[in-house]
Design a protein around this ligand. Sequence first.
Ligand SMILES: Nc1nc2c(ncn2[C@@H]2O[C@H](COP(=O)(O)OP(=O)(O)OP(=O)(O)O)[C@@H](O)[C@H]2O)c(=O)[nH]1
Ligand SMILES: [Mg+2]
Length: 220
Amino acid sequence: MPSEIFQHNSGASQEAPLHWKVELTHTCFLPSQLPLEPGLMEVVFSGRSNVGKSTLINSLFRRKVAHTSGTPGKTRSINYYRASHGDQAWYLVDVPGYGYAKRGGEERSSWLHLMEHYFMKSPNIAVVMHLVDFRHGLLEKDKSLQSWLHDLGIPLQVIFTKADKIARSKHRGLVLQYVKKGLYSLDKPYVTGATKNLGIGELQRGIQNLLFPEAVTEEL
Ligand SMILES: Nc1nc2c(ncn2[C@@H]2O[C@H](COP(=O)(O)OP(=O)(O)OP(=O)(O)O)[C@@H](O)[C@H]2O)c(=O)[nH]1
Ligand SMILES: [Mg+2]
């Protein structure tokens, strides 16, 4: 993907955050609990366990709606958050992370079953936000997820997390290095550091522009 087509700036930026409203509406442990009928567009947050999905969701909503933990495997259900900004509404969907070695055989197969069911059957997925630790780039399991979703025809957008652990002067070069190695992403990867609120305003505007391209994002 040529870097000129990327729309937003590189490196974690500090645009003022928007005020999104949020409500947790569905917590699904089983495929039968998934709301699979046509409905609001869904922005899915996926990535390795412990990559920072729930922490980033809390930063986007400026509220502690998702449970976070230093121990991998915290989020075990697919959680739907109804998000809104003015009269625009959508679901932000937090899915359990992968690559958690301690997950037992039975738990792993029920996790896989739930994930396959969701990604193959939901008619509302607008984009999968693929969270990747900025310190490591895409690891083997990240590449497998990307290939699988790409083959299913689901658009991907990469978001790097934990960028606060890397010096700002290295951000731009590191993004280019990871992009050159190859990844699927609609637009240039976002660079975030949720615990320091880095890149949050920019990511919020990016999500709204992706979902509602005709609307001008205003501060409400
Ligand atoms: N420094 C820093 N730490 C972060 C950031 N995001 C998450 N963390 C830390 O990483 C750990 C895991 O964060 P979670 O948000 O629970 O990760 P998750 O991806 O939801 O994990 P699972 O639910 O287990 O899949 C926590 O200790 C967070 O405080 C970040 O941007 N910067
Ligand atoms: Mg989580």
